[in-house]
Design a binder for this molecule. Structure first.
Ligand SMILES: NC(=O)c1ccc[n+]([C@@H]2O[C@H](COP(=O)([O-])OP(=O)(O)OC[C@H]3O[C@@H](n4cnc5c(N)ncnc54)[C@H](OP(=O)(O)O)[C@@H]3O)[C@@H](O)[C@H]2O)c1
Length: 319
């Protein structure tokens, strides 16, 4: 028999499929291997990649769900850097997280020490879980891929979702002028976050092409041709969804705006930069709904719609 205090709840699936494959199981609490930390999870973010992972048999099963989180360190393995038990942190398990048998939707998660950083102190630890993956994605795309500069005009497509809401705020903090493309229900939110103007993604493409933007972040792949037509010929574009990738290949061969695939990286110094943005008031979590672990199917269902308003998070303290 397993001694009390050595088990935890974790959302897991042992076959690929619909919402019904998600189960909350009782599993052993992980212990910290060298170079790793164990974090008592306060909350975990639900992202579109969790839906893709749940539907895929590859590479092995069972798997956990959710890859970014906030929480408190309970154990540090040998060589796990300067972070210590008791410290509030946030992090992202990384791009291959969704191959693990347990994810961040669990009471505890084991994670490499350099994928974790001290959490921001000016927002509740629970709410901070809405930011690591989308914040890292937006930061990398804007700072490193499109190399956004003050005064430039940026177009953000899918601006009302997880990455988009972070991108609007970070772009304003970088001194850019932001045009948000979003569904009409999210226009007020985009303006509140700092967007200078909004375009309804359901509106027909403009009859006359006006190339008046310097950069594009496409968090949604629909209508990409129309959005690229809004860019100067020397502009840079970062695309996230896989279905936009043919544009990146074509742009390396043809004249016009340079389209690049942008992929988030789990870097500690970037998490620290994001925490500075939060604590200086230039970035805040935008939360659509908070779910209990036992409602993990509902959380997946909401993200699966593709029309979330900011983020859905799982609160491990909620029952
Ligand atoms: N490469 C990477 O490292 C990386 C990292 C993170 C995410 N991603 C990918 O990036 C994408 C965005 O992620 P996310 O977390 O922001 O997703 P999300 O929270 O689901 O947001 C997607 C947004 O797109 C909007 N949208 C739907 N139809 C649209 C249309 N026709 N035109 C413009 N916008 C539309 C949705 O709301 P409304 O329709 O209501 O406006 C929603 O707000 C996903 O494909 C995700 O897998 C990639």
């Amino acid at each position: 028999m397993t001694p009390p205090g050595t088990t935890m709840r974790a959302a897991q699936f042992d076959r690929a499929g619909g919402l019904e494959v998600l189960r909350v199981r009782t599993l052993p609490i992980p212990t910290a291997r060298p170079g790793r930390l164990v974090v008592k999870v306060r909350a975990a973010g639900v992202n579109p990649s969790d839906i893709t992972s749940r539907r895929s048999r590859w590479p092995r099963l069972p798997r956990g769900t959710c890859s970014d989180f906030s929480g408190e360190i309970t154990e540090a393995g040998p060589g796990a850097g300067d972070l210590h038990p008791g410290q509030p942190v946030w992090g992202w398990l990384g791009p291959f997280a969704l191959t693990r048998s347990t994810g961040a939707a669990a009471d505890y998660v084991e994670v490499e020490y350099d994928r974790v950083a001290p959490a921001p102190v000016t927002v509740p630890l629970r709410d901070a879980a809405a930011l690591p993956l989308v914040g890292l994605t937006a930061l990398h795309a804007l700072r490193d891929v499109v190399r956004l500069r003050p005064g430039q005009r940026l177009l953000v497509v899918g601006a009302g979702g997880g990455v988009g809401t972070a991108a609007i705020q970070l772009a304003k903090a970088m001194g850019a002028d932001v045009t948000a493309v979003a569904g009409s229900a999210k226009h007020a939110l985009c303006r509140e976050l700092g967007a200078d103007r909004v375009i309804d993604h359901a509106a027909p493409a403009p009859a006359v092409r006006v190339r008046d933007h310097d950069a594009l972040l496409a968090c949604h792949g629909a209508g990409l041709r129309t959005h690229l037509d809004r860019l100067h010929r020397t502009a840079r574009a970062a695309v996230l969804p896989a279905r936009s990738f043919p544009y990146a290949i074509a742009s390396s061969l043809l004249p016009g705006p340079r389209v690049r695939i942008s992929a988030a990286r789990p870097l500690r110094h970037d998490l620290e930069e994001l925490a500075e943005h939060v604590d200086s008031g230039t970035l805040r979590p935008v939360i659509d709904q908070i779910h209990a672990l036992e409602s993990v199917q509902e959380a997946h269902r909401a993200v699966e719609t593709g029309h979330t308003r900011g983020k859905h998070i799982i609160d491990l303290a909620l029952t």
